[in-house]
Design a protein around this ligand. Structure first.
Ligand SMILES: O=C(O)c1ccccc1N[C@@H]1O[C@H](COP(=O)(O)O)[C@@H](O)[C@H]1O
Length: 214
């Protein structure tokens, strides 16, 4: 069985980037969405990503971005993937991938099994599907709120693309989440924070240990 991939998302400081790399994260996430307490500008992403070893992915998280927004992020030359976390259609996701030549991850907001089945429409259009909990109507953010969905919805499901699990993961529940879903990748943001947008080095280390014990 291949190693579980871990993505630590919402990083905004050099020390927490370094901690995530040393703890064994396969991907680092940088949120580019002004409403988020984790928002970082494109130039800040460039600086944060500069010392990151090339084997560690650098993912920009965006929400229904305009082409100009993606162009500015792509121009940093720092990204290994673009995570679309809004209401982007398969056609829009495919168009961004084709125009900017960056692999695209699509977050799928999940409340029911129907949401998981609907992800099929993105197969072939994106490089990875990320199942995340649906946030309530009118919520300030479409992710990063520490909400989880019923992981049993993914039990035994043959997902038609590379995929990952996010939403409400924590040091205490990640092993159970992986045991139920068999997710090949886990993604966490608020569960390794001491306050909104404040990443905690000790929690990052503990999460990586809990996700991949031994
Ligand atoms: O973290 C944010 O602020 C954010 C803003 C806009 C879209 C997505 C965001 N975060 C993503 O949400 C999931 C789950 O986060 P959590 O672990 O439940 O806090 C994760 O993929 C983040 O990348």
């Amino acid at each position: 069985m291949s190693r579980l991939a871990i993505k630590i998302c919402g990083l905004s400081t050099p020390d927490t980037v370094g901690a995530a790399v040393r703890a064994g994260a396969a991907h680092l996430g940088f949120v580019h969405f002004p409403k988020s307490p984790r928002h970082v500008e494109a130039e800040h992403i460039r600086a944060l990503a500069a010392p990151v070893p090339s084997h560690v992915g650098r993912v920009a998280v965006v929400v229904d971005p305009a082409d100009e927004t993606v162009a500015a992020l792509a121009a940093t030359g720092s990204l290994t993937a673009l995570q679309l976390h809004g209401k982007e259609t398969p056609e829009r996701a495919a168009a961004l991938r084709a125009r900017f030549g960056i692999p695209v991850w699509k977050a799928i907001s999940v409340k029911t099994g129907t949401d998981i089945a609907a992800a099929k429409a993105y197969a072939g259009a994106v490089d990875l599907l990320l199942f995340d909990a649906k946030t309530p109507d009118g919520a300030a953010l479409p992710g990063g709120m520490g909400l989880r969905f019923d992981w049993n919805l993914l039990r035994g499901v043959a997902v038609p693309a590379p995929w990952g699990l996010s939403g409400g993961l924590s040091i205490d529940n990640v092993a159970e989440a992986v045991a139920i879903t068999r997710a090949p990748l886990v993604d966490i943001s608020s569960g390794v924070e001491s306050g909104p947008g404040i990443k905690d080095v000790d929690k990052i280390i503990a999460f990586c240990k809990a996700a991949e014990p031994s």
